[in-house]
Design a binder for this molecule. Sequence first.
Ligand SMILES: [Zn+2]
Length: 126
Amino acid sequence: MRLDTGIAHHDKTLALLADPSPKRWQAVASYTFALGWSGEHGTDGFIPETALPFVHGTKTTAALLVVYGFWTPAPGGWRIRNYATRQELAVITAAKKEAQRVAAAKANCIRWHGKDCGCWTKVIDE
Ligand SMILES: [Zn+2]
């Protein structure tokens, strides 16, 4: 999971922290927790309403995040704005893992069976 290195002084962060709501710090915390939660669950930035307790958020903190442009409402929950441009999408993570798995099988095959074996190509279709 990537966190914007400038998050502490972003305009929208400063605007949220200037909000009079006593829940503003909880909103900031739940934003960062939600980034982690989405990455862990491969939801590509979608935070379902049912996940709010797991990111230590509430309807109030979610509303604050919408007002200050961190989240946008979506059917059944919210989307983390710009998630796809800042985070690695689940499909890309899966493709990288698959490529690593195949490369490891190929390397082991060549090492243990020799260059002419080719048994590693069987793992591609598994
Ligand atoms: Zn082999």
